[in-house]
Ligand binder design. Structure first.
Ligand SMILES: [Zn+2]
Length: 404
């Protein structure tokens, strides 16, 4: 019971309703104690799911067994090859490309395979094998065997900063069949936002980054106010995915300060090359004490190196793009409530490890107000919000022949 109460302490109210003491089973290593009760419970939960009893075309069931059979000898296959196989051999009654795409999408959604039509039509037949390939990158014990005198520096870079070089990846995968499918695996991992391209032969693996942020990197910068997205519940991976999606979609790159990339465990600073601005992404996790309704926040601050001026249009464009990406990333969150709310820190200061000021939610913003959360200060609402709002310019154009 201590274990359950520990879990309950850390869960938001909306998730607590899913915990039921009757469905908790204590199991022991190398023992079948309580296992049959656990199995029965899983079976009855499965039967209660909406997809239970759903009719699946016979051809799809046949295709699934073909895929499982193929998995014994190959891990990856091309869509075109599979299409040729099923249409020529006629073992499965799937006649058109469209039918095969629909069926594969179904198996992808159920975790049988990995298949995203956009990625060069590659099908990963063995999901566990794909997970194992990623485990090689992130688990220390797998690194141990591949470490050599000549690659210690690169391993250090992976373990401290999450920077994975091509050399290390080759060393980690060299004695397995991962190596021959390297490009397909890497493309798939990039698509799933597990990796991001930094350079042609260098990737960023966010979950490996252990560096601690130092605010002094912003010493010579002018900073915007801090835009906040607050969450009741926020898996850490959403933060990583946001950063990587910004790198991919907005062509941002890791910012180098001195000779180091500014990537830390809970902060990443990217360079928005086309706009000549730096963008800081931070994640905060206020320990849940039951009082805070939105304990998690993703915080965004724009910065420019002095004496360049900070461009507010860049901030509003940034907000628009980030909001779209976050909307996409939180699509699987419960639909009955908004995934997050937007707000601003009440003071404009360079991002710090311990937060300065408090977050005022967009819905509570009105005019200049006395901050109710910090010791007496006035919030300059216009100046703080102004960075992130799109400015509408009213320009009067007089058409030829039109009277003034
Ligand atoms: Zn305040």
């Amino acid at each position: 019971m201590d274990f359950i109460s520990e879990i309950c302490k850390n869960l938001p109210i909306s998730l607590k309703k899913h915990l039921d003491k009757k469905r908790v089973f204590f199991v022991e290593k190398s023992s079948d104690k309580n296992l049959s009760d656990l199995k029965n419970c899983i079976a009855s939960t499965m039967k209660g799911m909406s997809s239970w009893g759903e009719h699946v075309p016979y051809a799809w069931a046949k295709l699934e067994s073909v895929l499982r059979e193929m998995r014994r000898s190959i891990k990856v296959c091309r869509f075109s090859n599979l299409l040729e196989y099923v249409t020529k051999k006629k073992v499965v009654k799937i006649k058109t490309k469209k039918d095969l795409l629909t069926a594969l999408k179904f198996f992808h959604e159920r975790g049988v395979i990995f298949f995203r039509n956009e990625i060069e039509k590659v099908i990963i037949l063995d999901v566990q094998w794909f997970v194992d390939a990623f485990k090689c990158i992130i688990l220390d014990e797998r690194h141990y065997e591949s470490k050599e005198v000549g690659n210690l520096k690169e391993f250090d870079s992976l373990n401290k900063y999450g920077l994975l070089s091509d050399k290390i990846l080759n060393d980690l995968w060299k004695n397995s069949d991962f190596q021959q499918h390297k490009q397909d695996l890497v493309n798939q991992m990039i698509d799933l936002n597990m990796l991001a391209n930094v350079e042609a032969d260098l990737w960023y693996v966010p979950c490996m980054n252990k560096q601690k942020y130092t605010p002094s990197i912003l010493d010579n910068c002018t900073v915007s106010s801090t835009l906040c997205f607050v969450f009741k519940f926020l898996p850490f991976v959403i933060f990583h995915r946001l950063v990587i999606a910004c790198m991919k979609k907005m062509k941002m790159t890791l910012w180098q300060h001195g000779d180091k990339y500014c990537i830390y465990h809970t902060v990443v600073v990217l360079k928005w090359e086309t706009k000549k601005h730096q963008v800081l992404f931070g994640i905060r996790d206020k320990k849940v004490n039951g009082i805070e309704e939105y304990p998690y926040s993703i915080e965004i601050q724009a910065a420019v190196i002095q004496p360049r001026p900070l461009d507010k249009h860049v901030c509003s464009e940034l907000r628009e793009n980030i909001s779209k990406i976050l909307e996409n990333l939180t699509m699987t969150f419960p639909v009955h409530e908004e995934a997050y709310l937007e707000g601003y820190r009440c003071v404009r200061k360079p991002y710090n490890n311990l937060p300065d000021g408090h977050i005022i939610l967009e819905k509570d913003v009105s005019k200049d107000v006395d901050c109710t959360k910090c010791p007496s200060h006035v919030v300059e609402v216009q100046s703080i919000v102004g960075f992130w709002k799109v400015c509408v310019l009213h320009i009067c154009i007089r058409l030829p022949g039109q009277k003034s």
